[in-house]
Design a protein around this ligand. Structure first.
Ligand SMILES: C[S@@+](CC[C@H](N)C(=O)[O-])C[C@H]1O[C@@H](n2cnc3c(N)ncnc32)[C@H](O)[C@@H]1O
Ligand SMILES: [Mg+2]
Length: 212
């Protein structure tokens, strides 16, 4: 990396500094193997939740709460984050992080279970935003559920869409990379969606649902 690129990245990073609460949640996530969103993607989630005035958000992959904190900070003060994870211990630590940040239990509905078992139980069109950071090979199924769950004007976002520079490299053909590449094509070709791939963190793909 050239000095100029490094200086540019350092300059950009100033726009998404994390406080001590986020830092502590990030450390717990890394220790538990629930790899948190990078700060740039977190800041983008906060921005998007604010932009859609989000009252109801679904998160797939609670982890230890880093992305949830960023989302909650962007959502309306009366909003509820519904977050799904298959690991109860990750969710216990996420709940600790939300409490440390001052978010009451009423602001967060944590559902323990596999995403594709839980999501079909949530109601159509009732959500302003869906954020996916669970099993990469299930992203296409999450997309179908997200389009069903979102109101028109709502936003779906997917983390890790660059997957550590593997997605853009056609020589990389492992199942996760292939699934992420396919998801990118699916989103781009869906006429109900208007999308942008933001090279923040490990790549955040966001799409607005423009029609039912
Ligand atoms: C990358 S971590 C999430 C990190 C979190 N979004 C954050 O920024 O702090 C992925 C999480 O998804 C959960 N997970 C993996 N497969 C899942 C599935 N099929 N259904 C629900 N949760 C799943 C894991 O237990 C893990 O906590
Ligand atoms: Mg991720």
């Amino acid at each position: 990396m050239t000095d100029q690129v490094e200086a540019t990245l350092a300059y950009a990073e100033q726009f998404h500094q994390e406080d001590e609460i986020l830092h502590a949640a990030r450390q717990r996530g890394l220790e538990m193997g629930a790899v948190p969103v990078l700060p740039g993607a977190g800041a983008a989630l906060c921005f998007l939740a604010t932009a859609v005035n989000a009252k109801a958000v679904v998160e797939i992959g609670t982890g230890c709460g880093v992305s949830g904190l960023w989302l909650l900070r962007g959502m309306r003060a009366d909003g509820t984050l519904t977050s799904v994870d298959v690991e109860p211990e990750h969710q216990r630590l996420a709940r600790q992080a939300y409490a440390e940040a001052g978010f009451s239990g009423a602001r967060v509905r944590l559902i323990s279970g596999r995403a594709l078992d839980v999501l079909p139980r949530l109601s159509d069109g009732g959500y302003d935003m869906v954020f996916a950071d669970g099993a990469k090979q299930e992203y296409a199924d999450y997309l179908a559920e997200a389009v069903r769950l979102l109101r028109v004007g709502g936003i779906v976002a997917f983390d890790n869409m660059l997957w550590h520079n593997r997605v853009a490299d056609p020589a990389q053909r492992d199942p996760d990379t292939v699934a992420l590449r396919e998801l990118g094509k699916l989103v781009q070709s869906d006429e109900r969606l208007r999308s942008v791939l933001m090279p923040l963190g490990d790549g955040l793909l966001a799409a607005v649902k423009v029609s039912a």
